[in-house]
Design a protein around this ligand. Structure first.
Ligand code: MTE
Ligand code: MO
Length: 170
C-alpha cells in the first residue's frame, strides 16, 4: 500500500470516528442541575452524579391514565447534600424558606421546605432521571420533578435546571 492510500485510510477512519461520536451524543441531554442560594455548599449535578444517592422508583399515572415508573433521587436527599436546613434545623425563621425550581423553558414552581422535609411530611418529591427504565429525553429531562401526592401534575416540572433556596421574608 502506498503512503497516500494509508493516509486516506486513516483519514477516513478518524472522520468516521468523529461522526459516530457526534451522533451518539446527539439527542442525549447532558444538562446539569444546580442547587444554590441558602445552602452550605452549592452543587452542580450531572445525571451520573445521581448514582451516588439512594435510588427511588415510583409508579404514577399520567394525564391519559397511563402508568409510568419514574426513578431518581428524592429532592430531600439533594437538599441535605447541599446542607440546606432540614430535620431538627427546620424551625424558627428557617420555616420561611422556600425552594424555587426553574426549568429550561423558564417555567417555575415553588415548594416550601416544610413540604419537602420528612419530619413534616411523608410525601415523596422525586427528581426523576428515568421513565420506564429509560433516561428522560429532551423536552422532559434529563431531570423532572414528580410529586405523586399533588392531585394535578402542574408542579411536575420538566427539564429542571436550577433549584434555589431562599427566605420568603426580608
Ligand atoms: N418545564 C415545564 N414543566 C412543566 C410544564 C411546563 O410548561 N414547563 N407544565 C406543567 C403542567 S401545567 C402540567 S399539567 C404537566 C404536564 O405533564 P406532561 O407533559 O408530562 O403531561 O407538566 C408540568 N411541567
Ligand atoms: Mo397543567
Amino acid at each position: 500500500m502506498n503512503k497516500l492510500k494509508v493516509f486516506a485510510r486513516s483519514l477516513t477512519g478518524s472522520l468516521l470516528l468523529l461522526f459516530s461520536s457526534a451522533f451518539s451524543s446527539f439527542g442525549q441531554n447532558t444538562a446539569t442541575l444546580s442547587i444554590a442560594g441558602e445552602v452550605a455548599t452549592s452543587l452542580e449535578l450531572s445525571v451520573q452524579d445521581f448514582a451516588n444517592f439512594k435510588q427511588i422508583s415510583h409508579k404514577v399515572k399520567d394525564r391519559d391514565g397511563k402508568e409510568h415508573e419514574f426513578s431518581g433521587v428524592a429532592l430531600i436527599e439533594i437538599l441535605k447534600k447541599a446542607g440546606v436546613t432540614t430535620g431538627s434545623k427546620l424551625r424558627g425563621e428557617n420555616l420561611t424558606k422556600y425552594v424555587l425550581i426553574t426549568a429550561a423553558d423558564s417555567y417555575e414552581v415553588l415548594y416550601s421546605l416544610a413540604e419537602i422535609d420528612p419530619e413534616f411530611t411523608d410525601q415523596l418529591i422525586l427528581i426523576a432521571i428515568q421513565k420506564d427504565g429509560q433516561q428522560l429525553t429532551n423536552g422532559e429531562g434529563p431531570f423532572r420533578i414528580i410529586t405523586p401526592n399533588d392531585k394535578k401534575p402542574a408542579r411536575w416540572i420538566r427539564e429542571l435546571r436550577s433549584i434555589k433556596v431562599a427566605f420568603a421574608k426580608n
